[in-house]
Design a protein around this ligand. Structure first.
Ligand code: ADQ
Length: 498
């Protein structure tokens, strides 16, 4: 990037943790892989992050001051976009999380296609666009994140702004026959084609998007695909489309997992389960994550492989999320019922088969579990990537562990060779995969985990930011990731099949 070209990140949420002390707002900078990777680039360029601070109260001076104060810690500007309670309901809760989220995860029966929610989605996207238009300079590069803000480029162009704008979708893009169910499918695609570059997590998502454009906008767009890259020509621009699988701050996870505090916790957790293997699940409360199926598969394994009784413990951590949406509340009850049934059927003196947490863990607690668990199961029905799978590998600093991974997680396209793969709809198959992992000899576990770790470090979140920005700024399709760099030796044919 040239010095006058600032980077402006736009996401639904600002990377801030807001708290109120004695009635006054306090804002602390947020953490997480995306922030860690983008912060150095933003500081170098004197960049800016635009987003919603998370409160729906009318903006007061002390709220604005608290946000401005957090800038001293971050070294780049934080610019808030405010939304009110009704907008939060219809833009965030309904349109983002009850229309786009289930639709893009192929779960259309959970969609609520409310026309008034579409209207408010447009209104909030316009609000973001107005703030951007106010802040942006001629040579800035704008990088918009995720499904909440898919109309921003269209609205910027309509306001006469022609800055370079890139978009990254963190969730999957659905097949055309699913996407077609969206009542506003054409408008949404037309707005997406106002971005200059669009990044997806996997080649499957890129293909689905290209097919939707060909099927729904044959009159206004020409789609050209060559190998694993696509360019789409419209009257106003050429949109470059590619797959940029997101990574984690693998070095940071490894470093933090190696501390004495985490080592002590890991040791203590296993002290409580002497001679037993721990199978770990860590998921946000979400119906896309396949948590009930994981529990059913574990029960199936205990029934069919009775020698596992008392020799394995499933630790399932569920992070509360979107609980005000009825489908999420029902899911919570279903998980609790299954945990109760399994513990009722199998518990023995001194052994409880499922340990269930329904709360966020502190980072040292989470890392302690990652470090100590013999296996981790990520059983998503569909997932953009699944960072938990990568975090688990980065944190295995002493004993090797086995990663069990759903074929439908984006991470499968990179980790398919050394994870134990399964179909999360096949309960008996998932149970067999769990049994295989628990019986796997130590040297095979080590070999597989070492290769997974190499890939997680090679394609980390810094790699992801570099590759996206390089592709966006050079605008050369040749710069897009193609063959699976996770396993550099993988053949192009094999990677293309993923
Ligand atoms: P998510 O659906 O949130 O992300 P995921 O990628 O697994 O799913 O990320 C979850 C994050 O929450 C992880 O970083 C994890 O460390 C954290 N977390 C999980 N359990 C926790 C706990 N108990 N306590 C504290 N923190 C916890 C969306 C998409 C994904 C995509 C990401 C990034 O749905 O598919 O991988 O964005 O692009």
């Amino acid at each position: 990037m040239s010095p006058e070209q600032r980077l402006v990140i736009v996401s639904n949420r600002l990377p801030l943790v807001m708290t109120r002390k004695d009635g006054a707002w306090q804002a602390a900078p947020g953490s997480g892989g995306l922030v860690t990777a983008l912060a150095p680039v933003l500081r170098d360029r004197g960049g800016m992050w635009i987003g919603w601070p998370g409160s729906t109260e009318p903006p007061t001076d002390d709220l604005r001051e608290a946000i401005a104060g957090a800038v001293d810690d971050t070294g780049y500007d934080l610019v808030p976009v405010f939304i009110d309670e009704e907008e939060k309901q219809l833009f965030y809760r309904v349109f983002s999380n009850e229309v786009l989220w289930p639709l893009f995860h192929d779960m259309t029966s959970r969609c609520r296609f409310l026309p008034e929610a579409w209207e408010v989605y447009g209104r909030v996207n316009q609000r973001f666009t107005d703030v951007i238009a106010d802040q942006v300079r001629e040579h800035d590069f704008l990088w918009i994140h995720d499904y909440h803000l898919m109309q921003v480029a269209g609205k910027l162009r309509r306001a006469g702004l022609d800055q370079r704008v890139g978009f990254f979708l963190h969730i999957p893009f659905p097949p055309v026959d699913v996407f077609m169910k969206l009542p506003w499918r054409r408008e949404l695609l037309e707005d997406l084609l106002q971005f200059d570059i669009i990044g997806f997590q996997t080649q499957r998502d890129r293909r689905n998007f290209a097919r939707s454009v060909s099927a729904l906008l044959p009159d206004m767009a020409t789609v050209r695909t060559s190998g694993q890259r696509t360019s789409i020509m419209t009257d106003s621009r050429t949109v470059l489309v590619g797959a940029f699988p997101i990574g984690i701050d693998a070095t940071g996870f490894r470093r933090d997992a190696s501390t004495e505090e985490v080592a002590d916790r890991a040791w203590y957790l296993h002290e409580n389960y002497p001679e037993r293997q721990i199978v770990l699940g860590v998921d946000r409360l979400d119906y896309t994550k396949g948590i009930p199926e994981k529990l059913q598969a574990y029960r199936y394994m205990l029934r069919s492989e009775p020698e596992m009784i008392e020799n394995v413990t499933l630790v399932q951590v569920v992070v509360p999320s979107r609980w005000e949406i009825p489908h999420y509340e029902q899911l919570k009850h279903e998980i609790e019922r299954l945990v109760g049934e399994i513990n009722g059927e199998f518990t023995r003196p001194g052994w409880v088969p499922v340990h269930y947490y329904y709360r966020p863990l502190s980072r040292p607690e989470l890392l302690g579990y990652y470090r100590t668990a013999e296996a981790l199961v990520a059983s998503s029905w569909k997932d953009g990537m699944n960072l938990v799978a990568k975090e688990y590998c980065a944190c295995k600093v002493d004993e090797p562990g086995v990663l069990l991974l759903s074929e439908f997680a984006g991470a499968a396209a990179q980790m398919y060779r050394d994870a134990i793969m399964f179909n999360p709809h096949d309960i008996a198959g998932m149970a067999a995969a769990m049994h295989r992992a628990l019986m796997m000899p130590r040297d095979e576990r080590s070999r597989r985990m070492r290769r997974l770790q190499r890939g997680v470090h090679r394609q980390d979140v810094f790699w992801w930011v570099d590759r996206f920005l390089q592709a966006a700024l050079q605008r050369r399709l040749a710069d897009f990731p193609t063959v699976n760099e996770f396993y550099p030796a993988a053949s192009a044919d094999e990677a293309a099949a993923q």
